[in-house]
Design a protein around this ligand. Structure first.
Ligand SMILES: [Zn+2]
Length: 268
């Protein structure tokens, strides 16, 4: 069998992690209404959400270059799901995504179907209780993967390589990193507000420091003492907030800014 597009390519594990997150986010968004309408039993919804969380946990581990090996297998499996159950679940999600993309072939639906098929391919058990992805990522844990690294430039440099065009990353919310609707920056009003409130509080402190830095050329012209102090405080606060944001799992700032520019942000 020919592997699906995006399968068998460790260099796109980040995208597959995004795809797993998308699957979880879709379920979280859709299930309440389906339960309400009597189309899905609460117990089934609960189990399917659990399995999607297991999938995200597994891909978070697999996509992490610093991942540890898994150690001894215990029931029901390293990520709290039976290998065959998770495999069947993802295969089913991929079949549905493909049917949806065939009925209404938008680029996004086709890409999601391609990615879910790749997830399903990686999830197939290669030995009892062990998915292909688990075997692969466990075997390569702690090993720098020169093969995969070498493939990255190929993937991005050639628009039409054997496996097709380079995948676009799934856009995620800067605050929680869950997938967002195309054209939207945040997943929800709450997260936009949380992000903007934090930005406002920080900006109030940074504005005068930044202007003093510019006027004194970082404390080398005019009132040097004040300029040096403002420069030091500015750099200290910014470093502190970069660390704080990274610990909270927020989007790195250059990525956030690049997305704002793409969405038309122009402060001038
Ligand atoms: Zn969010």
């Amino acid at each position: 069998m020919t592997p699906p597009r995006f399968a068998a390519r460790p260099e796109v594990f980040d995208y597959l992690l995004d795809a797993a997150r998308r699957l979880l986010a879709e379920r979280e968004a859709r299930y309440p209404a389906m339960i309400e309408a009597g189309k899905l039993a609460v117990a089934d919804a609960t189990r399917k959400l659990e399995l999607a969380r297991c999938l995200v946990a597994q891909w978070r581990w697999a996509a992490d270059p610093a991942r540890a090996t898994l150690g001894e297998w215990r029931e029901p499996g390293h990520f709290n799901a039976w290998a065959h159950e998770l495999a069947a679940e993802i295969a089913d999600a991929a079949t549905r995504a493909r049917a949806l993309a065939d009925r209404d072939p938008t680029p996004l639906r086709r890409e999601v179907a391609d990615m879910y098929e790749a997830l399903a391919w990686w999830q197939q058990p290669v030995s009892p209780g062990r998915a292909r992805i688990v075997a692969h990522a466990d075997f390569t844990a702690g090993v720098r993967d020169p093969g995969a690294r070498r493939l990255i430039p190929v993937l991005h440099a050639t628009p039409q390589n054997a496996a097709g065009a380079p995948p676009r990353p799934v856009a995620t919310c800067p605050e929680c990193r869950s997938p967002v609707t195309p054209g939207k920056l945040f997943c929800s009003t709450e997260h936009r507000t949380a992000w903007n409130n934090r930005q406002t509080v920080r900006g109030r402190v940074l504005t005068s420091l930044a202007i003093v830095m510019r006027v004194t050329r970082n404390g080398t012209r005019g009132d040097r003492a004040t300029g040096k102090q403002a420069t030091h405080e500015f750099n200290t606060l910014v470093s502190r907030w970069i660390d704080e944001d990274a610990r909270a799992g927020r989007q790195p700032w250059p990525e956030y800014q690049a997305r704002r520019y793409r969405l038309g942000f122009d402060p001038l």
